[in-house]
Design a protein around this ligand. Structure first.
Ligand code: TYD
Ligand code: MG
Length: 416
């Protein structure tokens, strides 16, 4: 064991009084995209490194090009390191997205890290986007671009550059369908912030959330729509998922879900159908299949409805994922509504966690959920019995069990 006296003397950094640390430099600067700023808690922090992960084609390049165009139109020097697309392609896209060309936006279509480093050194930009971290290349490290060693070393070098300057660096990282961030996952601890850009390719909706955020909360959700002319922020997302809903059809129940701090009304659909198979299929789209299994077991055992010889399909509509237990009750009611072929009355939402005993349990943020339901015109909420008095404007049906909830809505408990 080396003793303290024998440690080699290095350059000395003296301790500083916390109150004397200059914190103004670290204040977040708005990007100009309100939905992105919401997730970042204000904007990009100078000298920070942010990783934006997402599946190929989800819109990462579009999001960040829009960000850079916007920043540069406000006079900030920006650099886009385009290691995947040619400079011509990027120019065309930028023109199409913004109509004009951003005045202070530089592009470097280059994959070699030393060129990237010297471009940053020369330009001293406020913001740099490296698209993507899997395609840049460190000549002193073995392996092909995108390999673990390459991704790690390139990221470490870029983090070093950011920390020594006031440049905010954003790294783009591709994530495969299986969730293996061929690279980015191994970067989570190196960078300050990890954002995940998600969505269903078949829908225009894109959700941005923080997986890790050194400068603020990871609770905020950004909502965008991919359109002909790029990504558009959706500030009022509360009713977004109800657009094509047909009230009055069996198997449909609305849950006031929470995405971070944001209440979203989401339609949960259930379809229970006879099957020729010995055991029916179970399909959960946008829902947690383990929660579906629990809800089905509760319906079978506590309400004595046999579902083994039935196919059961359940989904959260609109390409959103609702995995919080608060959606259990809506899921159970959607399935029961389908089993009995009885629609729910108009204007009803339901939320509550379902326990193994069939009991309906309290969930967080009830008043926030109910306030949003009222704002969007819902008049009745089926909630756990222990729910405190909510805001005016909505009738609360307090229930102890799934059975009681089904009864209160006139969903007959007969199997068909
Ligand atoms: P892109 O940003 O290239 O995705 P990523 O960088 O995550 O791989 O976006 C790709 C998709 O977005 C592409 O399929 C086309 C679509 N798109 C639009 O629908 N509208 C637009 O204005 C743009 C720029 C792209
Ligand atoms: Mg891209």
């Amino acid at each position: 064991m080396p003793t303290l006296e024998r440690l080699p003397a290095g350059p000395l950094t003296l301790p500083q009084l916390l109150g004397e640390v200059d914190h103004t430099a670290a204040a977040a600067r708005p990007t100009g995209l309100p939905e992105l700023d919401r997730v970042l808690g204000g904007g990009l922090v100078p000298g920070s490194v942010t990783l934006v992960g997402g599946e190929p084609g989800i819109g990462k390049s579009t999001l960040l090009l829009q960000t850079l165009c916007d920043l540069s139109s406000r006079g900030e020097r920006c650099l886009l390191v385009s290691a995947e697309e040619s400079a011509q392609q990027v120019r065309l896209r930028a023109e199409r997205l913004t109509g004009t060309l951003a005045p202070h936006l530089w592009i470097l279509a280059e994959t070699a890290l030393p060129s990237v480093a010297s471009a940053i050194d020369q330009l001293q930009p406020s913001t740099v986007v490296v698209d993507s971290i899997q395609t840049v290349y460190h000549p002193e490290v073995g392996g092909t671009p995108g390999s673990v060693a390459q991704v790690r070393e390139c990221a470490a070098a870029l983090v070093g550059i950011a920390k020594r300057s006031t440049t905010a660096i954003v790294l783009v990282g591709h994530v495969t369908k299986e969730g293996s961030l061929a690279g980015p996952r191994l970067l989570e601890h190196v960078v300050d912030t990890v954002l995940s850009f998600e969505g269903d390719r078949h829908h225009a909706l894109r959700l941005l959330r923080a997986v890790k955020h050194r400068f603020g909360s990871t609770d905020e959700l950004g909502v965008f729509e991919m359109s002909e002319d790029g990504l558009r922020g959706v500030p009022d997302a509360g009713a977004l998922f109800l657009n094509d809903r047909r009230p009055g059809s069996p198997g449909s129940v609305v849950v006031p879900a929470m995405e971070g701090q944001r209440p979203l009304m989401v339609e949960i659909q259930g379809l229970v159908a006879d099957t020729e198979l010995a055991f029916g299929r179970r399909s959960a789209q946008g829902l947690d299949s383990a929660r579906l299994a629990v809800v089905l077991a509760v319906i079978e055992r506590r309400m004595d409805i046999k579902l083994t010889k039935k196919d059961v399909y359940a989904s959260a509509v609109g390409g959103v994922r609702v995995t919080e237990p608060a959606s259990d009750l809506a899921l159970a009611l959607a399935l029961l509504s389908s089993v009995g072929n009885v629609p729910l009355p108009d204007g009803v939402v339901a939320c509550g966690e379902v326990g193994l005993g069939g009991e309906v349990r309290q969930v967080a943020h009830v008043s926030r959920r109910l306030a949003e339901a009222i704002r969007l015109g819902f008049t009745t909420a089926v909630v756990p019995a222990s729910t405190p008095d909510g805001p005016d404007g909505i009738e609360l049906i307090r229930v102890h069990t799934v059975h009681e909830a089904a009864g209160s809505l006139g969903l007959t408990a007969r199997s068909r």
